[in-house]
Design a protein around this ligand. Structure first.
Ligand code: IMP
Length: 458
């Protein structure tokens, strides 16, 4: 049986917490896409673990696999492993030989391209896009290639001169160590040796299928979110992989039937956030039409209402700690957006949803939910296919009475009925609009601060 965890919004929904929670009953936790651009936070008692590449299940001591759909920065891989070992954990991490490797020139090119664009994407700068470009361009170097010095050398000798030409001739910049073949060979064959010594590499699909055949429970951990999926997100303000459920198949080598016979759980944050550029229709921007980086947005002077919005956004941002785990950037904040959630529910076929951060919204007089959009005079209830159309959508809201600040630890231990009534109304509205059962409610970042209604791994 598999359980796939998917971000239903724009990333940063709090997936790490759910993976940690449901991970208790899992034997293997797998990441299937993305790289060290993810920011997964796991809080256990007083300890906080911030992971950008390793699956969150590592904190529970589960076997963790970085699937073939991922892009792997070996430096981050070993740094995160070493840091966990220093904190007394004994991580068991396997890496797919088919996964592609992020090289320093990918990071350099990520930065150069962002600088060069009129409308930057606001990437994490981790070289994610350029690595996936090389994968699709059939010039990538895979984890398995690091294990064979001859193959590694041949591949570097093919690709590095091309990258040098791009840096120098296309962008007019100077090349540094990141494009020195000998330097790269030395460092990356060293990573290959360490991967081999520690016996970390696997044939991912075969490995996972054999664990499933042995009766093990496999948890698949999506990174990022549906609206930044390269196919189903708001292109081009997207990451370069598929966080949606299809990515769980191609990114692991498990078949769609294997994934589809399991559970697919959408993680929802009780409000919207976005890091980076692009539209956010329910944004509490404080500035009319202000969608940074999105063409067509023009900042207008702040009105009283705008100032109130800005205050509200700041309040939610600070209460929810809405600052990027990887980059530290403040996240843009908005109300929950149902068209986004309907789009995500369909694209991944959620069997259940987990709604979190309900505590963050406590204390507000009222809480709004975007229920539909108006696009050029027509009401629509899901996300339109082009980013320009999405940017033109205005939102129809439903207003809920707010709920008070309560002792959330007590609520978490007493269960669902202990939630304030208005919070339950809010949650049940979301559940009925998505026609998908509520599996859990997050009322704080800690392991014990989730009300579990359904645990698919037990
Ligand atoms: P990249 O993945 O670094 O190429 O960045 C592409 C877009 O995805 C940018 O808008 C990033 O801010 C966004 N992004 C990437 N990873 C995350 C994440 O873990 N959470 C939220 N946004 C992300």
């Amino acid at each position: 049986m598999t359980v796939t965890i998917i971000g239903s919004q724009l990333g940063d929904e709090g997936k790490g917490g759910t993976v940690d929670l449901y991970g208790e009953g899992a034997d293997v936790v797998v990441r299937y896409q993305g790289g060290d651009n993810a920011g997964h936070t796991v809080v256990v008692g007083d300890e906080t673990y911030e992971l950008s590449l390793l699956p969150s299940g590592v904190v529970r001591g589960k076997t963790c696999v970085i699937g073939n759909g991922c892009v792997v920065n070996p430096e981050t891989l070993f740094d995160e492993l070493d840091a966990l070992r220093e904190r007394g954990l004994d991580p068991d991490v396997r890496v797919a030989e088919r996964a592609h490797v992020i090289f320093p020139y990918h990071r350099r090119l990520d930065g150069i391209e962002e600088e060069d664009k009129d409308e930057e994407v606001g990437t994490t700068g981790r070289g994610i896009g350029p690595t996936y470009e090389d994968k699709a361009g059939r010039r990538g170097i895979r984890v398995g290639d690091l294990l064979d010095e001859e193959v590694l050398r041949t591949r570097l000798e093919y690709v590095v001169p091309q990258k040098r030409a791009v840096v120098e001739d296309v962008f007019g910049k100077e090349c540094g160590e990141e494009l020195d073949i000998d330097e790269l060979f030395e460092t990356y064959s060293g990573y290959g040796e360490r991967l081999a010594e520690e016996g970390m590499t696997v044939n991912c699909g075969d490995y996972l299928q054999s664990r499933i055949d042995d009766g093990d429970e496999v948890l698949l951990e999506g990174a990022q979110g549906t609206l930044i999926d390269i196919d189903h997100g708001n292109y081009p303000f997207v990451t370069s992989s598929n966080p949606t459920a299809g990515g769980a198949c191609t990114g692991t080598g498990l078949g769609p039937t294997e994934i589809g016979q399991g559970e697919i759980v959408g993680i929802v944050k009780g409000y919207a956030t976005r890091v980076g550029s692009g539209p956010l229709p329910t944004e509490l921007a404080g500035v009319e039409g202000d969608t940074p980086g999105y063409e067509g947005s023009e900042a207008q002077p702040l009105s009283d209402a705008g100032e109130r919005e800005e205050e509200l956004a700041t309040y939610i941002r600070d209460e929810g700690g809405e600052y990027g785990t990887v980059t530290g950037r403040p996240r843009r904040v908005g109300w929950l957006d149902l068209p986004v959630l309907r789009h995500a529910t369909r694209a991944s076929g959620f069997t259940g949803v987990v709604v979190g951060h309900i505590d963050v919204l406590a204390g507000l007089d009222e809480v709004q939910v975007g229920v539909s959009y108006d696009l050029d005079g027509t009401e629509i209830d899901t996300v339109p296919p082009t980013t320009e159309e999405w940017g033109r959508c205005s939102v129809n809201y439903r207003t809920f009475d707010g709920w008070p600040e309560v002792d959330w630890d007590a609520v978490a231990s007493e269960g669902y009925d202990a939630l304030p009534e208005n919070a339950r109304d809010y949650l049940e509205f979301v559940e009925s609009e998505l026609e998908t059962p509520l599996y859990a409610v997050g009322v704080g970042p800690g392991r014990d601060q989730t009300i579990v209604l359904e645990n698919p791994t037990t």
